[in-house]
Design a binder for this molecule. Structure first.
Ligand code: 5GP
Length: 240
């Protein structure tokens, strides 16, 4: 299916309409941003790597019973997806303390969180995606109680599936962010799962292999994403 008009330009992806009102094309661009868009750079191959990485993970998740929006790869940096009505919240699960939780609670990076912890954030760049709780979601009508339960249980199911997948590749899944939406009457995982929205460390050395390399200016960002893809067996293909 061919892409038609541009509907939305995000920080790293553009979203296009298609002939089918229920389907969209996601174009993964090379643009990389952090700190609410304050730090920006275009990184060669990033769009293609993230698109194909996301397709691999979404397919694994669907096979494991996590319904999601992914339909097919339609180009090296484009995928066809179902058009969801998104909830304006981000769901984060943390297996190991890093990033935001260390700043907020003053805990040391690297400590195991047992059991893993769960946080909701409001999707709002202007407000820097503030942390919210289930009462906020209920009071402001951002989602129904049953939707909240579904998002939590699917986010934890993703943890079971992906912790094992990454661990088999010698990687620690430190934390990740997911977004959900409604399609007909079902709640599906939407957005993307790539090293842009999760933290992955080498299990032996704890070397960072995710977007923290960009945020912290560590270099070798795409080389790290490709290393993760190679270890998982993602078949990366690039046009000449
Ligand atoms: P933190 O709260 O520590 O900044 O983020 C927790 C996890 O969620 C990290 O894996 C981070 O990459 C991801 N995450 C949180 N908010 C966003 C966001 O707005 N965009 C992206 N790409 N990832 C996010």
């Amino acid at each position: 299916m061919k892409r038609k008009e541009l509907l939305y330009t995000g920080k790293a992806k553009s979203v296009y309409a298609t002939d089918d009102p229920q389907r969209l094309v996601l174009h993964f661009r090379n643009d990389t941003s952090a700190f609410d868009g304050l730090k920006k750079e275009a990184l060669d191959r990033k769009g293609a790597v993230n698109n194909q990485f996301n397709a691999f993970i979404m397919t694994k998740l669907a096979e494991a019973g996590v319904p999601n929006h992914f339909e097919s790869l339609i180009g090296e940096d484009e995928s066809l997806v179902k058009r969801l009505t998104m909830f304006p919240v981000e769901c984060v699960v943390r297996n190991i303390a890093a990033g935001g939780i260390c700043k907020r609670l003053g805990v040391t990076e690297g400590i195991d969180l047992n059991p893993p912890t769960f946080e909701f954030f409001l999707k709002n760049d202007q407000l820097h995606d503030p942390m919210i709780n289930e009462y906020h979601i209920r009071s402001f009508g951002w989602a129904q109680d049953s939707d909240v339960e579904t998002m939590k249980s699917l986010t934890f199911r993703v943890n079971d599936v992906l912790k094992k997948l990454f661990s088999d590749a010698g990687l620690l899944l430190v934390d990740y962010k997911l977004e959900f939406g409604r399609f007909d009457n079902q709640i599906l995982l939407g957005d993307e799962f790539t090293p842009d929205g999760c933290r992955l460390w080498d299990a032996e050395t704890r070397k960072k292999l995710d977007k923290d390399r960009f945020r912290q200016g560590l270099g070798g960002v795409i080389e790290a994403y490709e290393e993760v893809a190679r270890r998982l067996g993602v078949p990366l293909k690039f046009n000449a």
